[in-house]
Design a protein around this ligand. Sequence first.
Ligand SMILES: Nc1ncnc2c1ncn2[C@@H]1O[C@H](COP(=O)(O)OP(=O)(O)OP(=O)(O)O)[C@@H](O)[C@H]1O
Ligand SMILES: [Mg+2]
Length: 151
Amino acid sequence: MIIKSLEHLSLISKKIADYLSEEDLIFLIGEIGVGKTTLTRNIINYLQKKQDIQQTEVLSPTFNLLYEYAFKNLKLMHYDLYRIKDTKELDQLGIFNEDVNSVKIIEWPELIKKNVLDKLELHLSYSSKENERNLILKKYGKWKNFSIDEL
Ligand SMILES: Nc1ncnc2c1ncn2[C@@H]1O[C@H](COP(=O)(O)OP(=O)(O)OP(=O)(O)O)[C@@H](O)[C@H]1O
Ligand SMILES: [Mg+2]
């Protein structure tokens, strides 16, 4: 499908946010600057607003690798693995060791080989128009029933 604008991305982000629950894994796949952090920021700020939690800055975890956000019903871990170069470095991060219940949204997840039941993969790519993006969803587990076709 096509994401037509930032407003359309915002609607998509909200629908994903409303569907999130413990142990979900979201993979954000696509080139530099395609919109992975923007989508994550939308999700986090939307949940903060919905739960009456103060809205925070949502920075890219490019250098920190991880930023955590606490919500009433769940904890959300936002990873950016761009700087992780091999599986040894990946294992040291222990993404799946602690906080098994947390939601994990991961940019540049290509090195992750672990299979998780409930996973949504978003494949983003540039389109010819500046504010448009192509999006392909790959759905696993509970996400098989999830659709954004009507948005
Ligand atoms: N439809 C759209 N969807 C997403 N981003 C868009 C769209 N239209 C314009 N943009 C802009 O594209 C940029 C996306 O930057 P962002 O930091 O989210 O990319 P990224 O995929 O996280 O990059 P990186 O790989 O460096 O982490 C933002 O400036 C955003 O405003
Ligand atoms: Mg990013």
